[in-house]
Design a protein around this ligand. Structure first.
Ligand code: SAH
Length: 524
């Protein structure tokens, strides 16, 4: 029996204070991802990784408490009220913050409010910016020869104000590394106060802006020079300042900025479900990735024919494989009904998806055209059947996206096969947020992994034929952006939009595309 909300006080939901790390999505903890995937409500801050909430439930309520319309932070009291209200209404809530929730994150106060109201809570620690930022700059916050300890300090307070709660003399005497959060504007005052209180003027110091992100910037100097160096370089928040001998180790230990795509911003136009693999690989190469998914796939809930009548099953994408498997189980058949059927995968990604379902493709043609597929099918050894070798394949079932063109089925028909073209999913447009479109105009590279991503991006961007200009035609990117195409078919689709890609992969695979992008980046 269920009672309406108003009639009884529900059991409070659990509240989670979750650290999402400093910015690199790879630095989120397993527990953080688990909690985000589970909860009813997510209250999130600005300084969380761009993809932090991708795994949230589709029906979860996501509330941005980091900023409001005009760019002002939602007041802490209001955030706390939201946290308490949702939990008291019986919903599980994750309060997702940058870095660690208990390091300058007001997590301590929030936990106290939760405790006061009898709401069960869990703390999910995160990788804090004051350790991770320096680490990505090649600065260990402790080191046996340089620093036996580390202090994390807020740089928020003006050291010249009498009400400052920081004991600057005590801090200057701290035997070890000092890491300041939030203090970019106060850097001159912080540095001079430390020197005035006895910290040596020539002590190494570094400022790390946007640490662990592809946009990371680092400046180094000494306590005497760091404020001027940072100002000169235009260092902005978010940044941490490291003071101590360890800051001098950066020259020797820098690593992050030396990766091949460091400093490059790359837009990935694939459907969200497929983009993350590419995005992860680009990030691992040091790129800042802007995910601009302009398409999404939608299942057509297709009905499979009786597989007894199918001699050759041809699949053209990993998504087609997933849809086929789902359709197979919806019908009254299962994997055993594929016994004796020749299976062709158009491309290595599709073959890999089949393997995940325990199926080895018999045929993976070198080039992905109808003729090549038909020739490969003709050349493949017969598939074993209980009644002896299979007859020459006659009937092909082509499982793929709707409106995928005639080239493939025509090529198979020309080779004498009877073809059933079965659309199992369709590709639909996904609108891009205005902020995403804005970021797109600034990217160094925009990648296209299929003809459809190009068309959909042009449509999402709203650049008309009349507004189209070389070299990008109707693509909504800036003049300096370089378009990267996975292969000739995609390049042709780009050409139709008036765009000419700067780079085309030698091999029409994701590996080929990434290799071509890295090679191009190395030359500029
Ligand atoms: N709870 C967070 C800190 C929140 S206070 C943590 O544990 O990291 C916000 C401050 O954190 C910023 O002003 C900046 O000093 C620092 N910060 C957050 N993300 C950062 C990043 N990617 N690089 C450098 N500093 C960062």
């Amino acid at each position: 029996m269920s009672t309406p909300d108003s009639a009884a006080t529900p059991t409070p939901g659990t509240a989670y204070l979750v650290g999402a790390g400093p910015g690199d999505p790879g630095l989120m903890t397993v527990r953080a991802l688990e909690v985000i995937a589970e909860v009813d409500v997510v209250l999130y801050d600005q300084l969380i990784p761009p993809t932090a909430l991708d795994g949230a439930r589709p029906d979860a309520l996501l509330v941005d408490v980091g900023k409001r319309g005009g760019g002002k932070q939602v007041p802490q009291a209001e955030t706390e009220a939201l946290l308490l209200d949702h939990a008291l209404a019986g919903r599980s809530v994750a309060r997702v913050k940058g870095g660690d929730p208990f390091v300058f994150g007001r997590g301590g106060e929030e936990a106290q409010r939760l405790r006061d109201r009898g709401i069960p809570f869990e703390i999910v620690p995160g990788v804090t910016a004051g350790i991770a930022g320096p680490a990505y700059a090649g600065i260990p916050v402790t080191h046996r020869e340089h620093a036996p300890g580390v202090a994390f300090v807020t740089g928020h307070e003006d050291p010249n104000k009498p009400e400052s709660t920081i004991d600057w003399d005590g801090l200057a005497n701290f035997p070890g590394t000092l890491v300041f959060y939030m203090g970019v504007r106060r850097l001159p005052a912080i540095a001079s106060s430390l020197v005035a209180a006895g910290r040596p003027e020539d002590e190494p110091a570094a400022v790390v802006q946007s640490g662990t992100l592809g946009t990371q910037r680092v400046v180094t100097g000494t306590l005497a020079t760091i404020a001027a160096v940072a100002a000169e370089a235009g260092i902005k928040a978010p940044a941490v300042t490291v003071v101590g001998g360890v800051a001098g180790l950066r020259d020797e230990l820098r690593w992050f900025e030396d990766r091949p795509l460091f400093g490059k911003t790359v837009a990935v136009t694939r459907a969200r479900a497929q983009a993350s693999g590419v995005a992860r690989r680009l990030r691992a190469l040091g790129a800042e990735v802007v995910e601009t998914p302009t398409i999404r796939t939608r299942s057509l809930e297709a009905t499979l024919p009786d597989l007894v009548d199918v001699d050759v099953l041809a699949l053209t994408s990993p998504n087609g494989v997933r849809e086929f498997m789902a359709a197979l189980l919806r019908s009254d058949q299962d994997g055993r009904n594929l016994y004796g059927t020749m299976i062709a995968a158009v491309g290595p990604g599709t073959a890999r998806a089949l393997r995940e379902h325990g199926i080895r493709a018999d045929v993976v043609p070198e080039t992905f055209t109808g003729e090549a597929l038909a020739a490969a099918v003709g050349a493949a050894p017969p598939v074993r059947r209980a009644s002896g070798p299979a007859p020459r394949p006659r009937r092909a079932l082509l499982v793929r996206a709707a409106a995928a063109g005639d080239a493939l089925p025509d090529g198979l028909r020309a080779a004498g096969l009877e073809v059933t073209d079965l659309p199992v999913y369709e590709t639909v447009a996904e609108p891009l947020a205005p902020e995403t479109l804005e970021r797109l105009r600034e990217v160094d590279y925009v990648t296209f992994t299929s003809a459809s991503t190009a068309g959909f991006l042009a449509d999402a961007g709203g650049v008309t034929d009349a507004e189209a200009t070389a070299p990008h035609g109707r693509l909504p990117v800036g003049p300096d952006t370089r378009a990267v195409s996975i292969g000739p078919v995609t390049s042709a689709a780009l050409a139709e939009l008036g765009a000419s890609p700067a780079v085309e992969a030698d091999e029409a695979t994701i590996d080929g595309l990434i290799a071509a992008l890295v090679a191009d980046a190395a030359m500029r």
